[in-house]
Design a protein around this ligand. Structure first.
Ligand code: NAD
Length: 302
């Protein structure tokens, strides 16, 4: 919605932000509320590892929003539980009558190398980031389909997009969200539902001990919020994109496919032949993106 002077407004729109009791989620909640949205602040109030439960963080963000004259309520269901996902979406609709925007932001961190990783570590990360996004997005998507309108955002990470030591589980979950988004934006297209992914860089309890203070100084979570607002506004027609933001940089990340080599599909190549063509296989000159799987398969014949 466009306000005075072309400003982006969210009046009459309802946004659900998961993990909004602190860090980036809190910054998003405040930014939406300032621009007129009614905000559902979800957060279980867990530790950085994802343990424990406290009503405090979500309640205090709601208090901050109300103190500046905004509209919000707290929800402390866990995203990792399908019942929790259904319940927070139902609460948003019961309170405000609709749900326009979902920002999947809740997250936890348990860095450990794969050699030392226990199945509990893997599950704890995948449950919150990837399954958690499913648990909340599926019921939200059904509401948005009925409304013929919706904006859904997922939160990936540079660790997922580029890889990072000690984060095989986190990276798998974060790249999984890219796949989820790419297929969801196809499924939502005819109902006016758009989905995108952001990869933020921000000072929060997730990053406070990973980077030096002089770098963290330039990573206020509030600096990422404008991208989240833009991508989920009715004025934005983008869907299917991955966008990095932080440390003064804003750029797009894209999966592209190289031209590669052609071979006779009726005759298996010998491994030695692949070794000889390897340079051409890896060559990314003229690499191109594909909007979906069918376009890629058809593209192989063109
Ligand atoms: P944060 O720890 O401050 O925020 C995460 C919030 O999620 C916490 O308030 C926590 O209580 C909540 N949460 C955890 N498990 C939950 C559950 N099961 N249900 C509901 N809420 C739950 O960290 P942050 O840096 O603000 O991270 C926000 C998101 O951004 C995460 O998905 C994170 O992976 C991602 N991210 C952050 C950075 C960064 O630089 N900070 C970089 C890349 C990606």
């Amino acid at each position: 919605m466009e306000g005075k002077n072309g400003s982006l407004r969210f009046d009459d729109q309802v946004v659900l932000i998961t993990g909004a009791g602190g860090g980036l989620g809190r910054a998003y909640a405040m930014a939406y509320a300032r621009r007129g949205a009614r905000v559902v602040v979800n957060d279980i109030g867990a530790t950085r590892r994802g343990d424990g439960h406290s009503d405090g963080p979500a309640a205090s963000v709601v208090e901050e929003i109300r103190a500046m004259g905004g509209e919000a309520f707290a929800n402390t269901d866990s995203v990792a539980d399908p019942v929790g996902g259904e319940s927070m979406v139902a609460a948003a609709v019961a309170q405000y009558g609709r749900l326009d925007i979902l920002v999947n932001n809740a997250g936890n961190l348990r860095d450990v190398s794969l050699a030392r990783m226990q199945p509990e570590d893997w599950d704890a990360i995948l449950d919150v980031h990837l399954k958690g996004a499913f648990c909340v997005t599926a019921p939200a998507f059904r509401i948005m389909k009925d409304q013929n309108y919706g904006r859904i955002l997922f939160t990936t990470s540079a660790a997922g997009l580029y890889g990072n030591f000690g984060q095989t589980h986190y990276a798998a979950a974060k790249m999984g969200l890219v796949g989820l988004m790419q297929s969801l934006c196809i499924e939502g297209r005819k109902n006016g539902i758009q989905a995108n992914v952001v990869a933020p860089l921000a000072a929060s309890r997730m990053t406070e001990d990973l980077l030096p203070p002089e770098v963290l100084e330039n990573m206020d979570p509030a600096t990422v919020a404008p991208l989240v607002l833009w991508l989920t506004s009715s004025a934005c027609t983008e869907s299917g994109s991955i966008v990095n933001m932080g440390l003064g940089c804003l750029n797009r990340v894209q999966l592209v496919t190289g031209r590669g080599v052609r071979f006779d599909a009726t005759t298996p190549l010998q491994p030695e032949a692949i070794a000889r063509m390897w340079g051409d296989v890896l060559d990314m000159k003229d690499a191109r993106p594909f909007p979906d799987m069918n376009a890629f398969i058809l593209g192989l014949f063109s």
